[in-house]
Design a protein around this ligand. Structure first.
Ligand SMILES: *Cc1c(COP(=O)(O)O)cnc(C)c1O
Length: 223
């Protein structure tokens, strides 16, 4: 517990004030989450719906939960009552379902559009062209219960720092394109979620606003 608090403080204290730290707590128990909570952390991220629902019911209600994993449409209803933001939105179908379930709960759910920029073929997300096409179709404008707040991406899991930097810069440039084209007057479209334990220092040089850190706070995950 002491380690978690120390790890957390080191990272939190080193960040510029305009960067949001999201503590990724998947596979870590509630007591470990509480160690970071006691240090003042309120934004936590999880990638599995069942695990999140269980933890959310046991932990303080002022935690802002970020969903960061692949989300099946039939699971949306389980998190719609309380989720703060869904960062991993990768299809128009999922957007329709989030809009529908948010409406049922009388709320607006914030989302980020996940981009597939990395080399790996297993990663989810819109390609840049798919994202452009989805936005130009305009259907999202009718979805009154979702708020598109920005973009999320995961860089390739490689040691080549230049490649990672190039991927984050691609995302940053794309953010500017989408902001100018579709959200010039919408201050809510402002979030750039990139950077994890091993590459957040690179993301900090590439206009990130949300870094998602698990291992560097909580230690290695035991699956
Ligand atoms: C697990 C995960 C993280 C955190 O990864 P670490 O390497 O432990 O910091 C960040 N983002 C996503 C989407 C994840 O699934």
């Amino acid at each position: 517990m002491h380690d978690i608090k120390e790890n957390y403080r080191k990272i939190a204290d080193s960040l510029p004030p305009d960067v949001q730290l999201v503590a990724i707590s998947k596979f870590h128990p509630c007591q470990h989450i509480m160690a970071a909570y006691e240090e003042g952390q309120r934004h936590f991220g999880e990638s599995h719906q069942q695990e999140l629902t269980k933890k959310a019911s046991q932990l303080p209600s002022d935690i802002q939960w970020h969903f960061i994993g692949h989300l099946q449409t039939n699971k949306v209803k389980n998190i719609a009552p309380y989720i703060a933001i869904i960062e991993s939105v990768d299809s128009i179908r999922l957007m329709r379902e989030i809009d529908k379930q948010a409406a049922r709960n009388n709320r607006t759910i914030k989302i980020l559009l996940q981009l597939h920029i990395a080399q790996e073929t297993t990663k989810y997300g819109f390609t840049l062209d798919e994202c452009r096409q989805m936005l130009s179709s305009g259907e999202w404008r009718q979805m009154k219960h979702i708020q598109i707040c920005g973009l999320m991406t995961i860089a390739s899991n490689v040691s080549n720092q230049q490649q990672i930097q190039q991927e984050f810069n691609t995302a940053a440039q794309f953010f500017n394109e989408i902001k100018t084209t579709y959200f010039p007057n919408d201050p809510n479209f402002s979030q750039r979620s990139w950077g994890m334990s091993h590459d957040y220092h690179i993301a900090l040089q590439c206009q990130t606003t949300n870094i998602r850190i698990g291992t560097k706070i909580f230690g290695e995950r035991i699956y």
